[in-house]
Design a binder for this molecule. Structure first.
Ligand code: UD1
Length: 332
């Protein structure tokens, strides 16, 4: 009997990848996670097999593709901290660009048909328009964005030269956690606004720094399009189905199409927490654009995707619930 087709998820022990692995498992899809556990956690992988290793390890990846009859790859494994990419760019080019190149080569050599790539709104840099569409100028202002854009280009060129199909998903600001709090954002030394604000609310950190109050935005603080991780995960399942149904290769923004300022996020955290949190105003952080909001027309036209959690307070409530759980039971 032919081995049932499997889906490989690189970085499936990480924040976003683990939510996708869970949804794939719940849909009874055979899923295999490859993760080096550099930032991921073993027990975040709720379904399928976990293999510990690097995406750039050609021999290992080839053996996984063949053993599990992998035809589809979802590639999450990456370094993702914008300020760190500014101070240590080569770390980002090595992991996000060079390792991705090795993974693509292995996929091309071993019959992978569909590839879904985790890209980022950081490829746009500081966009000319308030609402950014996929065709906007790509001009990253940090090495993180550049490292991801280079992989988008490799994918485009490889697809043109082979029968690999791809969907590039450009994430805006991912936040929140599994609504049932089975898994969530567990990254140590997190830098993401909503997570940091929840940590302050719970006394894990002393205060929240607002990085920049003089941006050309309505209240002077940075504006972002915050998307619930559960909705982002379901966009991946929709993208996989799209490719399986012979959809043509494409690039899609993943956001809700509206933004919130840092101050609005803080207000939501205070409301859900029921108490004010300590905030300190500081200068702008290197590599931060003032405003990033997705034009979401294309994802809605292309995929059968229905977001369920487009609500800042819901996102914050799920993030806070997870943070409390994590405090009581740290991840391994
Ligand atoms: C995040 C993503 C990045 C993606 C980008 C798209 C990660 C680690 N980063 O970066 O991949 O390309 O969204 O928009 O997933 N802020 C504070 N104080 C804090 C933390 C943040 O004021 O302690 C502000 C920032 O200056 C920014 C906003 O909050 O205006 C969001 O920052 P953050 O949550 O760190 O995400 P991004 O840097 O936007």
């Amino acid at each position: 009997m032919k081995n049932e087709e499997g889906v490989l998820v690189t970085g499936g022990a990480g924040y976003i990848g683990s939510h996708v692995v869970r949804q794939l498992g719940e849909a009874n899809i055979k899923v295999v996670t490859l993760d080096n556990l550099y930032t991921g956690f073993k027990n975040a992988v709720t379904h399928g097999e976990l293999i510990i290793g690097d995406t750039g390890d050609h021999k290992l990846v080839a053996s996984i593709i063949n053993e599990f009859n992998i035809k589809s790859v979802l590639h999450f494994a990456a370094h993702t901290i914008v300020p760190e990419s500014v101070s240590n760019p080569l770390k980002y080019y090595r992991n996000n660009t060079c390792q991705s190149r090795n993974l693509l080569q292995c996929c091309a050599e071993n019959g992978v048909k569909d590839f879904i790539f985790s890209s980022t709104a950081a490829v746009y840099g500081t966009p000319e328009d308030a609402i950014v569409s996929e065709s906007a100028t790509k001009s990253p202002i940090n090495a993180y964005g550049t490292s991801k854009l280079m992989t988008e280009w490799m994918l485009r060129d490889l697809a043109a030269a082979s029968d690999l199909g791809y969907v590039v998903l450009r994430y805006f600001n991912v936040a929140g956690s599994d609504p049932q709090a089975r898994i969530g954002q567990s990254t140590k030394k997190a830098t993401l606004l909503i997570k940091v604000a929840c940590e302050v609310a719970l006394g894990i950190r002393d205060h929240l720094s607002i990085f920049g109050t003089d941006y050309p935005t309505p209240d002077g603080t940075g504006v972002r399009d915050y998307i619930h991780v559960e909705d982002l995960a379901s966009a991946h399942i929709a993208a996989l189905n799209y490719l399986k149904n012979e959809g043509t290769s494409t690039i899609l923004n993943c956001g809700y199409g509206h933004g919130y300022s840092v101050r609005e996020v803080i207000n939501a955290v205070e409301k859900i927490h029921g108490q004010p949190i300590k905030v300190i105003e500081e200068p702008r952080r290197a590599g931060d654009p003032p405003l990033l909001v997705a034009n979401t027309e294309r994802i809605h036209q292309t995929l059968n995707w229905q977001p369920e959690y487009d609500n800042l307070e819901t996102i914050v409530r799920h993030a806070l619930t997870w943070e409390k759980k994590l405090m009581a039971n740290p991840m391994e």
